[in-house]
Design a protein around this ligand. Structure first.
Ligand SMILES: Cc1cc2nc3c(=O)[nH]c(=O)nc-3n(C[C@H](O)[C@H](O)[C@H](O)COP(=O)(O)O)c2cc1C
Length: 343
């Protein structure tokens, strides 16, 4: 069997293969944050396409944490029904599904609501200046993450991922660039880790112990004045100690500078974290070819591989990879005639 199609098990999460759909915002909800036909078809198609684990797009735990007024939401009990039906649709068609719980902080663009962040510094001139979070805001956001996780469990997700990357709220607390607080939430790394660890604690508090918790991190920030990869290694270790099961390793997003990118550019960070912490990791970033995935899994540089844009272009990426690797047995019966064994 190919490495790409090898199953992966962790706690109650049993994946049929190593391919993960990276979380990708669709901005296809109304102001109500409800699941739409777009989401059902979009995620359902990737389940038919045999993606091992779909990580649903950043889903807002608070209205003021939305990246746009059209974000998918999990801030209200009324949103659970649509999410649950979508989870069932994905399960019926063979994939597992995680939800990415998100809060944009100063990078939110929720429409009418004002935004909040660790410090009152705008992300750029195109974003509004956020209010500096008071203790009551910290409490209410923690409660929103807790309730979001409760609703995610009720909806039946196989795993929960916290969005701790790309310059959004959790990342904003971690980075000395966006966190200039003088209280116990700012200053040294231990203090900057306090809010992310509190989020992990409240979320874990409502999750069954067998359900997998993942966190997406930005391993490096690509500018001076941010945290270093050494800091992030320490932070990732603290996340594992706090009960995170999988580290989903991305980079950047906290500043305006765009890094130079190439196929696999983020893999060395995932590999180093895996080696140093012995924790399962997801590697991502311009991975497009089955051969790349074979190399990464086969050489144990990562446990899982996430594809973003390649899966937007081709919902049947896994089926085509399986065919290329000579493993047509995973092709769903109705599609078999598109993949004859003898050509
Ligand atoms: C349309 C789009 C939306 C995205 N939304 C999210 C998101 O909701 N959460 C997140 O962590 N990353 C998001 N990302 C980043 C992707 O998950 C992924 O890390 C990035 O696209 C690099 O992987 P790729 O080269 O395979 O596309 C998004 C990317 C795209 C293209």
């Amino acid at each position: 069997m190919s490495f790409l199609l090898a199953p992966f098990s962790l706690k109650s999460l049993d994946l049929p293969n190593r391919v993960v759909m990276a979380p990708m915002c669709m901005y296809c909800s109304g102001e109500d944050g409800l699941v739409t036909q777009w989401h059902r078809i979009h995620y359902g198609a990737r389940a038919i396409g045999r993606v091992g684990l779909i990580i649903q797009e950043a889903t807002a735990v608070e209205k003021r944490g939305r990246l746009s007024p059209n974000d998918l939401g999990i801030w209200d009990d009324g949103q659970v029904k649509g999410l649950k039906e979508m989870v069932e649709l994905i399960h019926e068609n063979g994939s597992k599904v995680a939800i990415q719980l998100g809060h944009g902080g100063r990078k939110a663009r929720p429409g009418k609501q004002g935004t909040i962040a660790p410090s009152g510094i705008a992300f750029s001139k195109d974003f509004s200046t956020p209010g500096e979070m008071e203790n009551k805001d910290i409490k209410s956001v923690l409660n929103a993450f807790k309730e979001g996780a409760e609703r995610a469990c009720e909806a039946g997700y196989d795993a929960i991922e916290l969005h701790g990357a790309h310059g959004y709220l959790i990342h904003q607390f971690l980075s000395p660039h966006s966190n200039r607080r003088q209280d116990k939430y700012g200053g040294n790394l231990e203090n900057r880790l306090r809010f992310p660890l509190e989020v992990i604690k409240v979320v874990k508090g409502v999750m069954p112990s067998e359900k997998v918790l993942m966190i997406r991190i930005s391993a490096v920030e690509y500018f001076d004045g941010g945290y270093s990869f050494a800091d992030m290694l320490r932070a990732a270790g603290a996340f594992i100690d706090a009960g995170v099961d999988v580290l989903d390793v991305s980079t950047g997003g906290a500043g305006l500078s765009a890094p130079r990118v190439w196929p696999g550019y983020q893999v060395p960070y995932a590999q180093k974290i895996k080696e140093e912490l012995g924790a399962p990791v997801i590697a991502c970033g311009l991975l497009t070819e089955p051969g790349m995935v074979e190399e990464l899994i086969g050489n144990q540089r990562t446990d899982l591989v996430a594809l973003g844009r390649a899966l937007l272009r081709d919902p049947n990426w896994v089926l085509n990879a399986a065919s290329e690797l000579g493993e047509n047995n995973i092709i769903p019966k109705p599609y078999k005639r598109a993949y004859p064994e003898d050509i």
